[in-house]
Design a protein around this ligand. Structure first.
Ligand SMILES: CC(=O)N[C@H]1[C@@H](OP(=O)(O)OP(=O)(O)OC[C@H]2O[C@@H](n3ccc(=O)[nH]c3=O)[C@H](O)[C@@H]2O)O[C@H](CO)[C@@H](O)[C@@H]1O[C@H](C)C(=O)N[C@@H](C)C(=O)N[C@H](CCC(=O)O)C(=O)O
Ligand SMILES: Nc1ncnc2c1ncn2[C@@H]1O[C@H](COP(=O)(O)OP(=O)(O)OP(=O)(O)O)[C@@H](O)[C@H]1O
Length: 488
C-alpha cells in the first residue's frame, strides 16, 4: 500500500522523501523491520523507540514515523507527527483496510467483570447465530482459534490486524476489553465504537508503569465514552456521575436502582448438580426472568451489562436467555459435567486473594462440603503458598493438596510448605495426593451429594511445568478419562 494512503487519516509533516513510496508493512519494533516497511518509533516505559531508528533504517525500513527530531542521513522518507502511538493506530487501520467499517464494534471498560461480560455477550450472539471475535485477557479469540497476546488490550496494530482476521473469518461483531492503560496509550484509537460498556470502578492499577493516581485511572476509563456512539452504564456504581459527565455518547443504564433503564431485581442464587449461578428478573426497557450460569451476586451486574447491550443491538429475548443460561468462561469457575450429584469446577485462582474470592462466593451456595484442590508454583516466593494454605484451611471443608507448576522444586517440599506455613495455622482438614491426575480422581471418587469441588490453579492452561518441561495436562481431558474409567 502507498505510504500516502496509510497516512490518510493523520496530520503529519513530511520532513524528507516522498509519500508515494510503496510500503509492505507497518512496524513498531525495530527488531522486526524488513525491507520496504515503515517503522513507527514509540516512546516506551523502558526505552524510547526513537533510539532504534538507525537500526530500523539499517534493516531496510523505507520510511520512519517520529515525534522527536532524529538525525537520519540515509535517503529514506521521514514523517513527523505529534504522537506516534496515535499515528500507529490510524496507520494500522488503513493498512488493514479499515476493518471497523465491516464490524459492529463493542468495547468494555471497568475494574472487574470485563472478561466475564465479554463471554456473556459472545454467548448471547452465538445463540442468535451471529459470529463474533473477542480481544481481551484470554487473548484474541476467533472461532476455535486463540492467539495469545501480551496485554489485555493489545497494541493498536494487533487490534486492527485481529479485526481484519475476524472479518475474513466471517465475524460480524468484535468485542474488546478496553483496559484503562489501553485507552491511555491510544491502543484503541482509530475505532469509533458502536457500543461502549462501563462495568464498575474500584482501586486498582496504580503504580509506576500504570496510573499515577485514582483520578487518572478514572479519566482514562472515561475516554471510551467520547469514543463510542452508545454507552451502556452501571448506574449503581459510585462513579456513575463522574464517568458520564463528559460522555459524548447516548446513555443507557442498568442496575438495581429504580432509575436504571433496565432494572434488575429479585436476585437469587441457583445451585443444582453441575450448574451454579444466579437468577434475577428485569423490568424497565425489558421484562425477563434470567438464569446466568456463572456464580456470584456480581454475575447479575455482568449479565445486566451484556443483556442491555444485546437489547440495544436488537437481539432476541430467546438468544439473551439462552446465551446467559449456557455461558462459560474457560477456566474461570467453569462447571464440568460429571455423572454424580455434585458440582465440579475448574478455576484459575492461583493466589490467596483469588482463592478467597472464589471460596467465599461458593460458600454462599451452602454446599454440603466445599472442597478445594490446589498446589502452588515452584521457584516463586514461599509466602504465596503459605497464604494459599491458610486461606484454603480457613474457607474450605477439605483441601486436596497436589502439584501445580513445580518448576525446579520438589512437589513434596512445596506441599509441606503449604501445610506447615499455612494450613496448620487453621483447623482445616487436608489430604495429600501429589500427582494432579490422581488428586482429581480422589475428588471425584470421594464426592458426596451436594459437594462443590474446585480444581484451582490451572484454569484455561493445559500444561504442568516441571523441571523446564511443559507436560500436557488439560483438566477437562483428565476428568473425561476418569468418567470413562468409572463407567467401565
Ligand atoms: C508498562 C507497559 O504498559 N508496557 C507496554 C509497552 O511496553 P514498553 O513501554 O515497556 O516498551 P519498551 O520496551 O519501552 O519499548 C518502547 C518501544 O521501543 C521498541 N523497541 C524496543 C527495543 C528494540 O530493540 N527495538 C524497538 O524498536 C518497542 O517495540 C516499543 O515500541 O508496550 C508494549 C507493546 O504495546 C506492551 O506489551 C507493554 O505492556 C506490558 C507487557 C505490560 O505489562 N503492560 C501492563 C501495565 C498493561 O498494559 N496492562 C493493561 C491492563 C491489564 C488489566 O486490565 O488487568 C493491559 O491492557 O494489558
Ligand atoms: N461485576 C463484578 N463486580 C465485582 N467483582 C467481579 C465482577 N465480575 C467479576 N468479578 C470478580 O473479578 C474476577 C475477575 O473477573 P473478570 O476476569 O471478568 O474481570 P476483568 O475485568 O476482566 O479483570 P482482569 O482484567 O483483572 O482479568 C472474577 O473472578 C470475580 O471474582
Amino acid at each position: 500500500m502507498q505510504l500516502s494512503k496509510i497516512l490518510q487519516n493523520i496530520e503529519y509533516t513530511l520532513i524528507k522523501g516522498n509519500t508515494e513510496t510503496e510500503i509492505s508493512d507497518v512496524i513498531y519494533d525495530s527488531r522486526k523491520v524488513t525491507d520496504g516497511t515503515v517503522f513507527v518509533a514509540l516512546k516506551g516505559y523502558n526505552v524510547d523507540g526513537h533510539k532504534f531508528v538507525p537500526q530500523a533504517v539499517k534493516s531496510g525500513a523505507s520510511a520512519v514515523v517520529i515525534s522527536d527530531n532524529v538525525d537520519i542521513p540515509e535517503d529514506i522518507t521521514v514523517i513527523k507527527v505529534d504522537d506516534t502511538r496515535k499515528a500507529l493506530a490510524y496507520m494500522s487501520a488503513m493498512l488493514f483496510g479499515e476493518p471497523e467499517k465491516e464490524l459492529t464494534t463493542i468495547a468494555l471498560t471497568g475494574t472487574k467483570g470485563k472478561t466475564t461480560t465479554v463471554a456473556m455477550l459472545k454467548s448471547i450472539l452465538d445463540a442468535e447465530g451471529i459470529k463474533s471475535g473477542t480481544i481481551g485477557t484470554l487473548g484474541i479469540i476467533i472461532g476455535n482459534k486463540i492467539y495469545k497476546t501480551n496485554n489485555t488490550t493489545p497494541e493498536s496494530y494487533e487490534i486492527q490486524h485481529a479485526m481484519r482476521m475476524m472479518v475474513d473469518a466471517g465475524c460480524k461483531v468484535m468485542i474488546i476489553e478496553a483496559s484503562s492503560l489501553g485507552l491511555k496509550w491510544h491502543r484503541t484509537d482509530a475505532i469509533y465504537f458502536d457500543y461502549g460498556i462501563f462495568t464498575n470502578f474500584s482501586h486498582d492499577h496504580i503504580g509506576d508503569s500504570e496510573h499515577k493516581d485514582l483520578e487518572e485511572y478514572l479519566q482514562c476509563k472515561a475516554l471510551l465514552f467520547k469514543q463510542c456512539k452508545k454507552g451502556i452504564f452501571n448506574i449503581d456504581d459510585k462513579v456513575f456521575d463522574r464517568i458520564t459527565e463528559n460522555a459524548t455518547c447516548d446513555i443507557t443504564t442498568y442496575g438495581f436502582s429504580e432509575k436504571a433503564d433496565i432494572v434488575g431485581y429479585d436476585d437469587n442464587l441457583i445451585s443444582k448438580p453441575g450448574y451454579i449461578g444466579v437468577n434475577f428478573k428485569t423490568k424497565g426497557l425489558k421484562t425477563l426472568d434470567v438464569n446466568v450460569a456463572i456464580p456470584g451476586r456480581f454475575s447479575v451486574y455482568n449479565a445486566l451489562a451484556a443483556m442491555t447491550t444485546a437489547i440495544e443491538m436488537g437481539i432476541s429475548d430467546e438468544a439473551i436467555l439462552k446465551g446467559l443460561d449456557t455461558v462459560k468462561v474457560k477456566g474461570r469457575v467453569e462447571a464440568v459435567k460429571v455423572p454424580g450429584n455434585y458440582t465440579l469446577l475448574i478455576d484459575y485462582a492461583h493466589n490467596a486473594l483469588s482463592m478467597e474470592n472464589i471460596l467465599e462466593t461458593l460458600r454462599e451456595y451452602n454446599p454440603h462440603r466445599l472442597i478445594v484442590l490446589f498446589g502452588a508454583g515452584g521457584n516463586r516466593p514461599k509466602v504465596r503458598r503459605y497464604e494459599m494454605g491458610e486461606t484454603a484451611g480457613r474457607l474450605a471443608d477439605l483441601s486436596v493438596l497436589t502439584e501445580d507448576n513445580s518448576r525446579d522444586e520438589d512437589v513434596m517440599d512445596i506441599i509441606n510448605d503449604i501445610i506447615e506455613g499455612g494450613l496448620k495455622k487453621t483447623n482445616g482438614k487436608y489430604v495429600v495426593v501429589p500427582k494432579r491426575q490422581d488428586a482429581i480422581r480422589y475428588c471425584m471418587e470421594n464426592a458426596e451429594d451436594g459437594d462443590i469441588i474446585v480444581l484451582a490453579g490451572k484454569g484455561h492452561e493445559d500444561y504442568l511445568e516441571i523441571k523446564g518441561v511443559k507436560y500436557h495436562l488439560d483438566e477437562r481431558e483428565v476428568i473425561a478419562d476418569i468418567i470413562a474409567d468409572m463407567n467401565k
